[in-house]
Design a protein around this ligand. Structure first.
Ligand SMILES: C[S@@+](CC[C@H](N)C(=O)[O-])C[C@H]1O[C@@H](n2cnc3c(N)ncnc32)[C@H](O)[C@@H]1O
Length: 160
């Protein structure tokens, strides 16, 4: 378990997660990154783990219950309609999911802009299927600026 956490942290820390953050995990799947994220943000932070697949969410919920973790909320929602309030998220991360969002990326960008706090971040793990042009697509409507690429991730910051 410890080594799993260490491996997850190797991506989550460069993605920008830190103690106290309110985080959106997009397409959490069965939750490989969910508990390590909750550990990083700690008691003062919070994780919203979302997925459109109810089976995936059920698996995450079992993990949360088993670990007794209190700072995670799971939601069966589409990333384009998270139902979250405006400007409450410090960072949204997209691991292993961006290739599924190609056709709806404009709506994803708008929704992330709505729920992120000013200067909030999105971190997107590169996909072989959706790599070229990703920076242009995310930044084209002046909702986000490109910050850096590290550890196979693109990091963007919300423009007010
Ligand atoms: C390959 S899994 C990645 C799981 C996890 N992020 C990881 O890296 O281990 C992609 C997940 O994204 C979810 N997904 C795909 N499109 C989505 C959407 N529009 N909104 C929310 N979740 C979505 C899928 O249901 C799936 O569980």
């Amino acid at each position: 378990m410890y080594s799993l956490f260490m491996n997850a942290e190797k991506l989550l820390l460069p993605a920008g997660l830190k103690e106290g953050d309110h985080v959106l995990e997009v397409g959490c799947g069965p939750g490989f990154f969910t508990l390590p994220s909750a550990e990083i943000v700690g008691d003062k932070g919070f994780i919203y783990a979302i997925d459109i697949n109810p089976f995936a969410i059920r698996k995450v919920e079992k993990k949360i219950a088993k670990a007794g973790v209190k700072n995670v909320k799971t939601m069966i929602v589409d990333v384009t309609e998270t139902t979250l309030k405006d400007s409450i998220i410090d960072i949204a991360f997209f691991f292993g999911v961006i290739h599924s969002l190609h056709s709806i990326i404009d709506r994803v960008v708008l929704e992330m802009h709505r729920i992120l706090k000013d200067e909030g971040l999105i971190s997107i793990q590169k996909s072989v299927k959706f790599k070229d042009g990703l920076v242009d697509i995310i930044t084209q409507n002046n909702k986000f600026k490109f910050i850096e690429e590290k550890k196979r991730m693109f990091v963007f910051q919300k423009i007010k």
